[in-house]
Design a binder for this molecule. Structure first.
Ligand code: TXE
Length: 499
């Protein structure tokens, strides 16, 4: 059993958490509170304030002042910004256990995943973007404008930080997705107001404390807690916000998109996915492919934007691969996140469990064949669900068309490459895809023709700070991570000096 760290024990003694604005905790102007529930025990671990428009105003003002005046964040030399971001990465790693335990408490996920994907991922992202502070470049351009009297042009572009960034993040990877936004924004010289998900808000507050310990000037990173309807909506409608960066559902992405266009605010959206895994007869090793497909859907209880939630298997190997995937699923140990031997933890909340169960019911009602799992609550307490696999002969069922965001996989057989492409691309969403084959020509043909922002061959999709992530179609607008990830937070100025 995992022992809570002293730092976390201390943090949790505060039952009612405040916003983190201008370098300190500040009381909310509103009275409304939301309880944060441990999904494994169904017990409340603390409460957060629902940030009002006034709270959001305070946070945006702090960020605006830090951008323009008080902290000189944007004017600080890139090298000095790099040192602070690098120190932040080191302190995240030093506080790894406290942060990971808090993520497990509020999200339910396995502690080993919280340590590696969430906290490890966040530290890596801050290290990666710390290095980028000194590498932001413009271009010199040879333009053709005629000038009188033998004068000449010297034209160039420069990249400037865009301003105050509103970052709105979901609950599935509370710290690492926050880092995907905060790290490049701060590296570019922007300041940030982050609104974490109301399901998993506490780890963001602890992260902000650690940012201060790393020497981040007050106002550079602010956290306003609350729901989407009140706090999120106020933040995305704020006129002093110059960039909105959002990860979450396609439904909410459209609402935020409308708010952004009202003020002509720049926006990046990383939205839902219904990503196909395509297993050919000539997959390198069928057990390896089956285990890879299982890992691709059941990791983090299937609550992953790039989860491979539809598997298309070529007919000759359909039965074998499906049987192997269900064996892998049936062997998974379901337990609470602090059980170091667990392989599947609870879903994030009661309402999310209910939503996922409704999809399972719809799968049965629409005639998909249940291959494995489907049991709603294998343990006494907590929002647990068995890893569930359906088989379907067509691509039309709701479980194949809509994002479920839980440990539910739907399998469909296919004839040949054209058939696989037709089935895989037949979706409104286009975030990711995986292809399993030994044949490099076939793999490349699939890479070229799949309508997906990320394609992995012979591996489940993973994230890396250097590799851009984002979607085709209704899976989003823009890309985060990598070099393009930092340019999201800059704006381009074109200059011509006539001399
Ligand atoms: O997401 P929302 P929810 C998908 C997944 C899941 C579904 C619903 O299918 O089942 O979305 O999850 C804030 N203005 N993904 O309800 O609503 C909200 O407070 C401003 C996929 O959690 O998108 C939270 O901080 N903000 C996804 C964040 O948006 C608003 C990850 C995400 O909430 C708002 C999560 C508003 N009007 C869910 N309404 C992925 N791509 O990884 C809500 N929010």
């Amino acid at each position: 059993m995992v022992q809570l760290t002293n730092r976390l024990t201390q943090f949790l003694t505060k039952k009612k958490h405040q916003h983190f604005i201008n370098g300190t905790y500040q009381n909310s102007i509103g009275e409304e509170q939301i309880g944060v529930i441990n999904p494994a025990t169904e017990e409340e671990i603390g409460q957060i304030a629902v940030g009002t428009t006034e709270d959001v105003d305070k946070a945006v003002l702090a960020a605006k002042n830090a951008f323009h005046h008080t902290s000189d964040w944007r004017k600080m030399s890139p090298d000095d910004r790099e040192k602070i971001l690098y120190r932040f990465a080191e302190l995240i790693a030093e506080n790894s256990e406290s942060l990971a335990q808090l993520v497990t408490l509020e999200n339910g996920k396995l502690i080993k995943d919280a340590r590696s994907s969430d906290v490890g991922g966040a530290a890596k992202t801050f290290r990666y973007y710390a290095g980028w502070t000194t590498k932001i470049e413009g271009e010199t351009l040879d333009i053709s404008q005629p000038q009188k009297g033998g004068r000449q042009n010297f034209a160039f572009t420069k990249r400037e930080p865009i301003g105050v960034v509103a970052a709105i993040v979901p609950w599935n990877f509370p710290i690492s997705i926050a880092a995907w936004k905060i790290a490049p924004a701060l590296a570019a010289g922007c300041t940030v107001v982050l609104k974490p998900s109301e399901e998993t808000p506490l780890s963001a507050l602890l992260l902000a404390e650690i940012a201060m310990e790393a020497g981040m000037p007050p106002g550079v990173l602010n956290i306003v807690t609350g729901d989407g309807r009140t706090t999120g909506a106020s933040l995305t409608a704020h006129k002093d916000v110059k960039k909105i960066t959002f990860t979450g559902s396609t439904y909410t992405g459209k609402i935020i998109g409308r708010a952004a266009i009202e003020n002509i605010t720049d926006i990046s959206l990383e939205l839902g996915g219904k990503s196909p895994a395509i297993v050919f007869n000539d997959a390198p090793d069928l057990d390896f492919a089956a285990n890879g497909v299982a890992a691709g859907i059941f990791r983090n209880q299937g609550q992953v934007c790039v989860a491979g939630s539809r598997v298309y298997i070529q007919k000759k190997v359909y039965d074998k691969v499906l049987t192997d995937i269900s064996h892998a699923a049936q062997k998974m140990k379901i337990s609470h996140g602090f059980d170091e031997t667990a392989q599947l933890g609870p879903l994030v909340s009661k309402s999310h469990l209910q939503k996922v169960c409704k999809y399972i019911d719809s799968g049965m009602e629409e005639g998909a064949k249940l291959i494995s799992g489907g049991t709603k609550n294998p343990l006494d307490k907590g929002y647990f669900l068995q890893p569930t696999i359906f088989s379907s002969v067509d691509n039309e069922k709701t479980i194949i068309r809509e994002e479920i965001f839980g440990p539910v996989l739907a399998a469909v057989p296919f004839d040949d490459m054209e058939d696989a492409l037709r089935l895989a691309n037949d979706s409104q969403l286009g975030l990711a895809a995986t292809v399993w084959t030994k044949d490099i020509s076939k793999a490349m043909a699939m890479v070229n023709r799949l309508e997906a922002g990320v394609v992995y061959v012979n591996s489940p999709v993973r994230s890396d700070p250097a590799l851009p992530l984002g979607g085709y179609k209704q899976s989003g607008i823009g890309r985060e991570l990598g070099k393009v990830g930092i340019y999201n937070y800059t704006t381009l100025k074109s200059v011509n000096i006539v001399y």
